[in-house]
Design a protein around this ligand. Structure first.
Ligand SMILES: [Fe+2]
Length: 241
């Protein structure tokens, strides 16, 4: 493994992030100030974003739960993503067993998705929740029939994942020019081409400390704590793509 592959990991990761959430992930990749010489692999450095709300004041979700979720699960995913990107930069793909390449690429995909979805999850929570409004509220009424109908589908999809893992993702599909509530059984699932606007973490670590196995109560608390301004901003960016 002496020759470095002639590609840029940063470019690849940026494309993946852009495909999933324009503007949501690319901002967090620290890039070199000057272009790298040809043949030098640029390793992306993902940065853990701080909480942007006061966890002591979120109704229905305790500060201990939110801090632990952020500091352990989310920050852990970012750390694992950085580690696997460093590993991949050293790989000679022509001389590495296919199984090992598969392990690394699987880890890259899972930790990248987990990083992006956790950031949208925490951006979607606030101590002062708000109602959906503006263009996004109009699109939700258009595509789901009403805001109440959207909520019923989002909550119901969450309940279908109450066994302890997965995500419910309100996403905009540029190809179809409409919104969907997507069901994802684990971090590796994401709708092809979908731009996530709001993500509800259904892993047990997101609620067990407060609610035990009562996922339904957690879902209700999350929906009550949604800060729609983040989803509205992501929607405005998505429809310009
Ligand atoms: Fe999580």
């Amino acid at each position: 493994m002496t020759d470095l592959p002639r590609r840029s990991l940063a470019a690849g990761a940026g494309l993946l992030a852009g495909a999933i959430a324009p503007g949501a992930c690319a901002q967090q990749v620290a890039r070199p100030a000057t272009p790298q010489p040809s043949g030098v692999v640029t390793v992306p450095k993902f940065i853990t974003r701080p909480l942007v709300f006061n966890p002591e004041k979120v109704r229905g979700l305790s500060a201990g739960l939110l801090r632990g979720h952020h500091d352990n699960e989310y920050a852990g995913a970012v750390k694992r993503l950085n580690t696997v990107c460093e590993e991949l930069a050293k790989v000679d793909f022509a001389d590495t067993p296919a199984q090992r390449i598969g392990e690394l690429k699987r880890e890259e995909q899972i930790t990248h998705n987990s990083t992006i979805l956790h950031e949208i999850y925490f951006e979607g929570i606030a101590e002062a929740p708000s109602q959906a409004s503006g263009l996004l509220a109009q699109a939700m009424s258009r595509d789901f029939g009403s805001l109440d109908r959207w909520r019923a589908e989002f909550v119901g999809t969450g309940r279908s994942l109450a066994s302890g893992s997965g995500w419910v993702i309100l996403a905009y599909a540029p190809r179809d020019k409409r919104l969907f509530n997507h069901w994802a059984a684990d971090d590796s699932m994401a709708p092809a081409g979908g731009v996530p606007l709001l993500a509800m973490d259904m892993y047990e670590h997101a609620y067990a400390a407060d609610y035990g196995t009562d996922a339904a109560k957690y879902i209700e608390a999350f929906v009550q704590a949604i800060k729609w301004t983040s989803a509205e901003r992501l929607y405005r960016e998505a429809i310009r793509v």
